[in-house]
Design a protein. Structure first.
Length: 266
């Protein structure tokens, strides 16, 4: 198969500006630790990075729990000799509250998703992260109704760029086009998804996770540059500089792939 039947988006850094939201969250967390423990708020980002390393040493780097901010806040408290209760939970709430408030939708993404709905493709989301907060993010930016289904690494037990993650994304999209009754058994019941992989187009902002990973797994891929220069090894034609340019009069162009509007969608 070569026709694109599913377009699968990353979330963080692809649908919204991750760095702006993370900066706002770190500033809020810095104020918290300064107020309660006298820590220099300017050092909080380095503290988070070092405690993330400790967190990964404990649980590994290819599972959803590596992103858990409550665990990371707990590690920060343990390392600095601060009481875990109530501060770890309060710190996680502080971080995510400010993060959600600081989320800024990427320019043109809503228009692109609306245009894609006029085509016949399955529109999906595939993201590394814990599930609960990803649902909250989608609701915060008002895109919760834009996707036919989502796949998150906490659900799969493995993360991008592992092949199995992309295969689960493809299995869910395949069910929309399968008329054999497989839908009742669920995506995990599909043993061989290899033929359908080339009908899936993955879009995201991180080369390793969202471009090279999907391609190695057998998918097509476009890299959203998000204002960054073209990375080495990425085909220029499959780099998206802005989403507004993807929407054309009679369809959607994503890199070298053109998805015409269907008659029923016009």
């Amino acid at each position: 198969m070569s026709e694109i039947k599913a377009v699968i988006f990353d979330l963080d850094g692809t649908l919204y500006n991750y760095n702006k939201a993370d900066d706002a969250a770190c500033e809020a967390l810095g104020r918290y630790v300064s107020q309660h423990f006298g820590m220099d708020p300017g050092t909080i980002k380095q503290e988070i990075r070092e405690c993330w390393d400790i967190q990964n040493d404990r649980i590994g780097f290819i599972c959803g729990a590596t992103h858990n901010r409550l665990i990371r806040s707990q590690v920060i408290c343990e390392r600095n000799g601060w009481p875990v209760f109530p501060h770890a939970l309060n710190m996680a709430k502080t971080y995510w509250g400010a993060f959600l408030e600081g989320m800024v939708l990427e320019d043109g993404i809503r228009e692109l998703l609306t245009a894609l709905r006029k085509t016949d493709v399955d529109i999906a989301l595939g993201s590394n992260m814990t599930s609960y907060i990803q649902y909250l993010k989608l609701m915060q930016i008002g895109l919760e109704d834009c996707f036919d289904h989502i796949t998150l690494s906490e659900e799969t037990g493995i993360e991008k760029p592992e092949k199995e993650f992309y295969e689960m994304c493809a299995r869910k999209s395949y069910l929309r086009f399968d008329a054999s009754g497989m839908y009742e058994k669920g995506a995990s019941a599909i043993e061989d998804i290899s033929e359908f992989m080339s009908s899936c187009l993955f879009i995201g902002d991180t080369p390793k996770m969202d471009y090279f990973g999907p391609i190695r797994a057998g998918m097509c891929a476009c890299l959203y540059l998000a204002g960054n220069p073209l990375p080495e090894g990425v085909d220029r034609i499959n780099a998206i500089e802005n989403y507004k340019s993807c929407v054309e009069r009679d369809g959607v162009r994503l890199g070298r792939y053109y998805l015409p509007f269907s008659q029923k969608g016009v």
